[in-house]
Design a protein around this ligand. Sequence first.
Ligand code: AMP
Length: 191
Amino acid sequence: MLNIVIFGPPGSGKGTQSENLIKKYNLAHISTGDLLRKEISTNTQLGALAKSHMDKGELVPDDVIIGMIDSYLDRMGNVNGVIFDGFPRTVAQAQALKELLASYKTSVAVCLNLEVPNDELMTRLIERGKTSGRSDDNEETIKARLDVYDKQTKPVLDFYKKEGVAVNIKGVGSIDAIFADIADAVDSKNK
Ligand code: AMP
């Protein structure tokens, strides 16, 4: 299986580049943020819990997220591989993913680290907020999310560096040029 973690701060282009990866490599896609927003829009208990964290820019607790991934993998069926988008966001999640995938006799092939400077992220996210309808795309919550990324999520990169699967990708420029670098990185890890 070709399992890809698409990694980077909010606004780094994970969702956009996931779409490109799905098309090129015919992979399944799981975005924990999208799943949580679905829970919110259908007014579930999990949605209410998630919203209380998301509206402050905080992470949703690990056990909730890991449970979601566990049941997703359980139902996924026969796929070429999975793109993990917005997950893992903590080292505990990365460790749990490693163990879950091991039970399917597979692992993360590559962690694509999209690098974008903070001022560019801020501009992109404020622009996205004008059309996304996302309650967390406002200046105050964006600042909190970038801070949470630095403190809680960045260490995940060291986890994947130690695993020998992390690749840095310059996330600024045209979407196509960035994707060309991504495809090179995936192909070199997928030989
Ligand atoms: P995203 O759509 O990936 O930007 O996620 C939006 C929000 O959902 C985040 O700011 C978190 O509050 C929550 N969230 C999404 N994925 C995770 C995750 N893997 N762990 C914890 N919280 C998450």
